[in-house]
Design a protein around this ligand. Structure first.
Ligand SMILES: Cc1cc2nc3c(=O)[nH]c(=O)nc-3n(C[C@H](O)[C@H](O)[C@H](O)COP(=O)(O)O)c2cc1C
Length: 404
């Protein structure tokens, strides 16, 4: 089971003897489905070669801050934006001191200052170095700033001494990284997500559909699952494998999607409709393949059910979140949809010209009655996690947790 699918991890390696274990860490993270980019300090390159790290991560290793080529595009800021999390393993006493003091005199420390993502450090050093008052003060300072500490463990050290300062083993670090993505914001909640396009048959071999890839809906299902929810994903046909630990219900047509959703909706706390349901289906589906004889072929189309509105109008509806894919007046059209369908929230995006459908990145305007948040262009995975955070917050405002 892969637990870090599509997660983007910046792995900082500093100059400690435990740097050799980072090679294994890269493999373990990638085994879990993560993408890994490595940044090494100059000292780290004395312990293990960038070539090894490049081969294991499958990506170039970043070392220089003042590199005219990569910095033409503000490489350090790009790298920070790319990542979902920064892991520094091993973290030397020297690096911990630099991070604690907000230094930005090399690539790794500069990125840590720029980054708006969680930073996890795995200290590794001689036990006297670890116990030194200076290191302990730096660690306390970092903890107060929200930097996450993984380890160190106690035991036999490379220098022959015994005590605290050993870097955690790669698998323990993978578990710690997994923990960062489990927000528990939707612990125990039931979340129903729809994704992908629908296919409306014309005849036994042809159908009407749209350009939805399903990526956004699948990312939302994963993000909800990571937030502790029990997730059901009702999906039209896509090329994406079903996410792990999610109840997966494949469908083809809008009517099948409606049936699957209505069968589940009453049990759900939250419904997020990210599918691009075809607005129309053929009034009649030809029993045989239609022959190419007539110069013009007229198909009569019939309006499909509005699944989102039906769920929102149930007697006891779940917290209902719609999606609006618009080519113009995104916010205005989304607001109309929010009100006319009686939704709790709507996430609107501009589609067309390479945006939205079939793309790995997207941006969203999230609107609810009395508020709005703009989520900037980023990967659909990151966007999904941001959206789930907002949904969880708004859901909890509407249904405050009971206190006994
Ligand atoms: C053989 C050797 C092993 C070292 N191992 C460690 C270590 O495990 N932890 C540590 O904090 N420093 C260790 N150091 C010291 C660091 O390499 C040194 O402080 C360096 O400046 C760290 O640079 P960096 O933090 O930019 O990577 C070691 C030095 C040597 C020569």
């Amino acid at each position: 089971m892969q637990t870090l699918t599509n997660k983007r991890i910046l792995l900082g390696i500093t100059g400690g003897i435990a740097a050799y274990k980072s090679a294994d860490l890269i493999r373990r993270l990638r085994d879990q489905g993560a993408e890994v980019q490595v940044i090494m300090t100059k000292a780290a390159c004395e312990f293990i070669t960038p070539l090894t790290m490049q081969a294991l991560s499958g990506k170039p290793v970043h070392i220089e801050l003042l590199d005219p080529v990569t910095e033409a595009g503000m490489g350090h800021i790009e790298l920070a934006r790319w990542s979902d999390v920064i892991v520094v393993a091993p973290a030397t006493a020297n690096f911990i001191a630099r991070l604690s003091h907000g230094m930005a005199d090399d690539l790794l420390s500069a990125i840590c200052l720029v980054a708006a993502v969680p930073i996890l450090i795995a200290p590794a050093m001689n036990q006297q170095m670890w116990l030194n008052a200076a290191t302990q003060a730096n660690i306390q300072n970092l903890a107060a700033r929200g930097i996450i500490l993984a380890g160190p463990a106690s035991g036999m050290q490379a220098c022959g001494e015994t005590g605290p300062g050993r870097m955690l083993e790669p698998l323990e670090l993978v578990a710690a990284v997994n923990g960062l993505f489990e927000t528990r914001a939707l612990d125990g909640k039931h979340v129903l997500v729809t994704a992908g396009p629908t296919q409306e048959a014309i005849d036994p071999v042809r159908f009407i559909s749209n350009r939805s890839s399903g990526r956004m809906g699948y990312a939302i299902a994963r993000a909800a699952q990571e937030a502790g929810a029990e997730v059901t994903l009702v999906s039209g046909p896509t090329a994406i494998p079903a996410p792990e630990r999610v109840k997966y219900v494949p469908v083809k047509t809008a009517e099948q999607m409606r049936e699957a959703v209505l069968a589940q909706a009453a049990k759900q706390d939250i419904f997020i409709a990210a599918a691009a349901v075809a607005d129309y289906r053929c009034a009649e589906i030809a029993g045989e393949k239609i022959k190419k004889t007539a110069a013009d072929l007229v198909l009569t189309l019939r309006k499909n059910p509005d699944i989102l509105a039906e769920v929102a109008q149930l007697p006891r509806p779940p917290y209902t979140v719609g999606f609006a894919a618009e080519t113009t007046a995104v916010k205005e059209n989304a607001l109309i949809k929010l009100r006319s369908k009686g939704l709790d929230m709507i996430a609107a995006n501009r589609v067309g010209d390479g945006l939205g459908f079939e793309s790995d990145e997207n941006s969203l305007e999230v609107l609810w009655d009395g508020g709005t948040i703009s989520l900037e262009l980023t990967s659909k995975d990151k966007l999904a996690r941001q959206l789930i955070d907002i949904v969880a917050r708004k859901y909890n405002e509407k249904h405050p947790p009971q206190s006994y």
